[in-house]
Structures are given as structure tokens and as C-alpha cells.
Write a protein that binds this ligand. Structure first.
Ligand SMILES: *[C@@H]1O[C@H](CO)[C@@H](O)[C@H](O)[C@H]1NC(C)=O
Length: 612
């Protein structure tokens, strides 16, 4: 029977069948192959979301990927367990595809900070109290400019003496007050120009303000001063500074001139009328707006300066609060069991939301007379939403947990194993929840990582959000430098806090919105610290079983792990940046704004040496 059928099909039909089979096989090859070859570590949509795969394994599987070297280690690119590589392609979802190292994060290049100089004359005799008050003010000045993205640098007579013109000016016969004023120009000229500010001139406004953005760019072809700000701020290139000094030297017979502005012709400067984001606390302004703290006589000079320092910090803090009219959002994407996890963020939010004490309560900065002063009966709002909201009026504090920490807390048990992770847990769930509202649900995990990196590190982002991690070792001790003012502290934390602190009863409390999720019962809350401690212990452990479970969780949550590493490295790098700068500055007299006794007259030369 079978034989008969075969015969009936005949030769022609058999060849048609074979051709058909061949065509089918070719099609299969063309369409099925590309998806069978694993994509590189820049995981494609389907790989990132559905398959259990580690970048290092896919590298081995990909025979076409050329062997490549790790990018070279950059200077100061390690801190507190984090390491990073700064590069322009930082927006790629997975760092290891560039760094060839799972634990090294790819960060955006550090923005060059435009230096802003301030001349502090250390040769003037001052009593100890005045020196102390001055150095507190200098610290406030440095912090405020640093937080706005500048590199504040304090110059002293050392830099002025380095200038070849110094001796000529010293020897010249001219008004001694003018001679003193010219010292700061000598010092500034010696640094190659740029920005020169008075230490009572502070940035007071949004980081996005156009004048501040302009100053940050650091390009000043014209010698510029600002209307009504007197000697508060100058910008200009070095050759034009040298030119006005020479002019002042030629005009030295002009006895009435007490400062360089009046010693030279008025068209030497371009005068810019707009300066909304600059607050200048010069004598005139203080006497007019804040007479209570004006210095009546030299005896109360130190006290007046101290009050001024507290007032400036109050204004800086208040300006920050006014920028975020919808309050502070402390993210809590897993409301049930992460109350303890986000506690440090809540504490920071409370400090930021409280009212700074002030020698003149309810006063406004000189540049913002219409501000809304902080009143403790109506404090800034703190909420704990489950989702990130991308709004300019909200300041967000996020706490990025390591995925293992999150799994432990979320499962609410301390004995999770690999099988549990793979069978019972959803992948990259932290990012999913955080961005559910902003990005919706139809986006890949790698798409979410990219959005997260932007939210942490993009130019617009750093002034409206802060991302902490679950690391025990990194509570935000340097909050003052992030925000640019003395963030009120708990007196209990350090007995001699320089910042007057509102009592606990005056502290704002987070407002719980039932829509943000449940509040855990007390007995469950009591178990959270234990689980958190266990997670940290496993994080540090070298035990094989601990390492294995952590690695498994990381591999199962590639995107969440990437987010955690990124946030951690970003914070670490900014800390290193500041520490390096402070180390560098402490070499110079007055640099730390402290040891003004120890005049080292080091007289650095900054740009000139670099340019040779
Ligand atoms: C958030 O808003 C900024 C503009 O303020 C925008 O550039 C950015 O893409 C937004 N981010 C997300 C994740 O939507």
C-alpha cells in the first residue's frame, strides 16, 4: 500500500516538495538566527525583560565581540566601595558594557566648575571673635557657591604679591584706601580673571536662573559689573583687568577715588542691570533692610557678623524652601515594609522642612523682597509617595535599596534563597514601581534604567532630587554642601551645632496620604531593623553562600542593581570631588576659611601656569 502511494506521487511532485522544504529552511534560517545569537550586554528589549542572563555570560557567548580592554582607571574614581568611570556615553543602560567591570559604574563627565574668587585681606588686624565670625561667613559663602556649581576660591595677599604689578602699585603714591582696593584686583588678575565676588554676595535663587547659568558657563569677554551691586561682583578676562589697573595707576592723582571703579573711566565696565538671583549684604543694605543687626560701633562688629551669618543661612534655606512650593517627596515605593529603610531620608526631609532660626524672623533676602518666610506653624510639606513625580515644585529624596535588601524587606523573611528569588519575585520591581506613573508600564527595564540615570544625574535633576542608597556608611553628613546652607541639625546629634535648631515639637512631620499605601502595624515595624541589619551583614559578608545569594539577586535584577550602583557611585563621586577641592584649598592661607593666623603667602598662580 505504501509503495503504491509513493509511486503515485511521482517524480515531479517529489522535486516540488524538496524545493518547498528548501525555501522553508532558508526562511527559518534568516528569521530565526538573529534572535538566537545573544545580543551584546546592551540588552535588547526581550532579553532584558524576560531572560535570566548576566552580561559577562553573554560576552562569552558572543563570538563576534572583539576582546577589549577595560577603560583606564581615572584619577580619584573610587570611594567607599564604589568605583566609576566618567564618560560621555553614560546614558547607556548597562555600565559594564563600557567599563568591562560589573562593579564599576559609568557616570556623566564631571562638569568643570567655574572658579569664583573672593579676596579676603588677611593682613588686617582683627580680634579673635571677628576672625571667627568672618571665617563662618566665608564658609557660608563657599558652601552657597559650591552648591550652585561653582568652585569658590578665597584669595589673599599672597596672590596679589605674586603679580608683577604689585611692587609698582606699592611704591606709587596714591590714596591708601584705593591702594587696598587694588590688592584684590592684583590677586584676581594673577589668577587669570573670571569672577570676583565680595564674600557678602551670595547666589540666592534657582540653579536654573539665567544669570547663574551664564556665570556658570565661565565665558566673560567683557569686563562687567552689576548695577547697584557696587564692588559685589565683577566678571572679566585677564587682559582687561590688567588694563584698568594700569589706568588706575595713571590716574593716581585723582584723590577722591577710593576704589578702582571710581578711579577709571566709566566706560571701562559694561554694567549689567539684571541680577535677580544675587543677594548682596553690604553695609548699606544691612542698615536699610536689617537695621537690627547693623554694626553700630566696632565693639559689636563680631556679633553683628555672627548675626549676619545666621541671617544669610536663614535666607538661603528659605529661598530653597520657596522654590519647592509643593514640598518634599520622600519616595516609598514599597510602603508595607520599608519605613525603617527610608528613615534617614525622612530625617533629612524633616531638617530641610523646618524653619531656620533667624535674628530677624520673617525677613526676606535683599533680592527677593516678596519671599514667603518660613513659619513653623505652617511648615513645608513632606509626603511619602510611592511613585516618582517629575515636577519642578517638588524636591524628591529617593532611597535606592540593593535588590537583596529590597527582597528581604518585601518578602519580610530573612531566609530567602535562590529558588525563592527566581520563582516568587518579580524582576527589577523597584524601578518599575518608581517610574510607573512617569513612564507607564509599557517600557523595558533598560529604558527605565536610562530614565533613572537621567533623574539622578542630568543637568536639570541634581538641584531637585537627591538619591541615597541603603548603605549604612553613607548617611548624608555633608548635606550642607548639597543644599548650600547650614541644614538645621538635631542638637542631640552634636552638642555644639553651629545652627540654631527648632525643638522637636516644632519639627514638621511627614503627612501620610492613605493613597500612598498602608502604615505597617507596630509589631511588623519592630522587625524591620533586624531585616535591614541582616541585609547589610550579607552585603559585607565574604561567606560563599552569602555571596552566591547576593549575586543571584543581582543577576535576577540587572536593572535595579545598575540603578543602585549608579546612585551610590554618583553620590560617592560628588563627595570625592568636594574632598579633593577642600584638600587642595587648605594648602592656601584662608582657603579653609579658618586659619587666618597662619598666613602662608603661598601665592598660587592658577591659569597662567596651565596655559604655558
Ligand atoms: C523630567 O522633566 C524634565 C524637564 O523638567 C525632562 O527633561 C525629563 O526628561 C523628565 N524626566 C522624565 C523621566 O520624564
Amino acid at each position: 500500500m505504501a509503495q503504491a502511494v509513493q509511486l503515485r506521487i511521482g517524480h515531479r511532485r517529489i522535486s516540488i516538495l524538496f524545493i518547498g522544504l528548501g525555501v522553508f529552511a532558508l526562511f527559518t534560517l534568516f528569521f530565526a538566527l538573529p534572535s538566537a545569537i545573544p545580543a551584546g550586554p546592551s540588552l535588547s528589549k526581550s532579553l532584558a525583560d524576560h531572560k535570566f542572563s548576566l552580561p559577562k555570560y553573554t560576552d562569552k557567548l558572543n563570538p563576534f565581540r572583539p576582546a577589549s580592554h577595560k577603560p583606564p582607571e581615572q584619577k580619584n574614581s573610587k570611594y567607599g566601595g564604589s568605583s566609576w568611570y566618567s564618560n560621555w556615553n553614560w546614558r547607556s543602560p548597562f555600565s559594564s558594557s563600557t567599563t568591562m567591570d560589573e562593579s564599576r559604574s559609568l557616570l556623566p563627565p564631571l562638569e568643570d566648575r567655574t572658579p569664583i574668587y573672593c579676596y579676603y585681606d588677611t593682613t588686617i588686624e582683627r580680634d579673635a571673635a571677628t576672625k571667627e565670625a568672618d571665617s563662618a561667613l566665608l564658609l557660608t559663602w563657599r558652601r552657597a557657591w559650591w552648591a550652585q556649581g561653582f568652585e569658590p576660591i578665597i584669595l589673599s595677599a599672597g596672590e596679589a604679591m605674586n603679580n608683577p604689578l604689585y611692587h609698582e602699585i606699592q611704591g606709587a603714591e596714591m590714596n591708601p584706601i584705593l591702594k587696598k582696593d587694588i590688592m584684590k584686583w592684583l590677586a584676581w588678575d594673577n589668577m587669570g580673571g573670571g569672577l570676583l565676588a565680595d564674600y557678602k554676595l551670595l547666589p540666592m535663587g534657582s540653579r536654573q536662573d539665567h544669570l547663574l547659568s551664564f556665570l556658570r558657563r565661565g565665558e566673560f569677554p567683557e569686563l562687567t559689573r552689576w548695577e547697584d551691586l557696587g564692588s559685589g561682583l565683577f566678571a572679566g578676562p585677564q587682559p582687561k583687568i590688567a588694563k584698568v589697573m594700569t589706568e588706575a595707576l595713571q590716574n593716581r592723582q585723582k584723590k577722591s577715588a577710593k576704589d578702582l571703579i571710581s578711579a577709571v573711566s566709566s566706560d571701562s565696565f559694561r554694567v549689567d542691570p539684571s541680577h535677580e538671583a544675587l543677594a548682596y549684604y553690604d553695609r548699606k543694605t544691612i542698615e536699610k533692610n536689617y537695621p537690627k543687626i547693623a554694626e553700630g560701633n566696632s565693639a559689636n562688629r563680631a556679633q553683628s557678623l555672627q548675626s549676619l551669618n545666621i541671617l544669610i543661612n536663614y535666607h538661603l534655606h528659605n529661598t530653597w524652601q520657596d522654590l519647592f512650593s509643593k514640598g518634599i517627596a520622600v519616595l516609598k515605593p514599597f510602603p508595607t515594609h520599608t519605613t525603617t529603610l527610608i528613615q534617614p531620608a525622612v530625617e533629612l526631609a524633616k531638617r530641610l522642612a523646618s524653619c531656620h532660626d533667624s535674628p530677624i524672623p520673617a525677613s526676606c533676602p535683599p533680592n527677593l523682597p516678596k519671599c514667603t518666610p518660613c513659619v513653623s506653624s505652617y511648615p513645608m510639606k513632606i509626603s511619602t509617595p510611592a511613585r516618582y513625580r517629575n515636577k519642578t515644585e517638588i524636591f524628591t529624596i529617593g532611597t535606592v535599596p540593593h535588590p537583596y535588601t529590597l527582597k528581604l524587606l518585601d518578602s519580610f523573611r530573612s531566609d530567602i534563597d535562590v529558588a525563592y528569588i527566581r520563582r516568587e519575585t518579580q524582576r527589577d520591581y523597584w524601578l518599575y514601581r518608581v517610574f510607573q506613573e512617569v513612564l507607564g508600564t509599557g517600557i523595558t527595564a533598560s529604558g527605565r534604567v536610562v530614565a533613572f540615570k537621567d533623574t539622578v544625574a542630568a543637568e536639570y535633576a541634581t538641584s531637585r532630587s537627591l538619591w541615597l542608597t541603603d548603605d549604612e556608611d553613607t548617611p548624608l553628613q555633608d548635606a550642607d554642601w548639597w543644599f548650600g546652607f547650614a541644614v538645621p541639625m538635631d542638637v542631640a546629634d552634636d552638642g555644639k551645632s553651629e545652627t540654631p535648631v527648632p525643638g522637636p515639637e516644632r519639627r514638621p512631620k511627614p503627612i501620610h496620604d492613605p493613597a500612598d499605601g498602608p502604615i505597617p502595624p507596630d509589631e511588623e515595624l519592630a522587625r524591620e531593623p533586624g531585616l535591614l541589619a541582616k541585609a547589610r551583614e550579607v552585603g559585607k559578608s565574604k561567606l560563599e553562600s552569602d555571596v552566591r545569594i547576593r549575586e543571584a539577586v543581582e543577576a535576577w535584577n540587572l536593572a535595579d542593581t545598575e540603578a543602585w550602583r549608579f546612585a551610590r557611585a554618583f553620590l560617592a563621586r560628588s563627595r570625592v570631588e568636594r574632598q579633593q577641592w577642600e584638600k587642595e584649598e587648605s594648602k592656601y592661607a584662608g582657603g579653609a576659611g579658618r586659619d587666618t593666623n597662619d598666613e602662608r603667602q603661598s601665592g598660587r598662580t592658577r591659569w597662567k601656569d596651565d596655559e604655558k
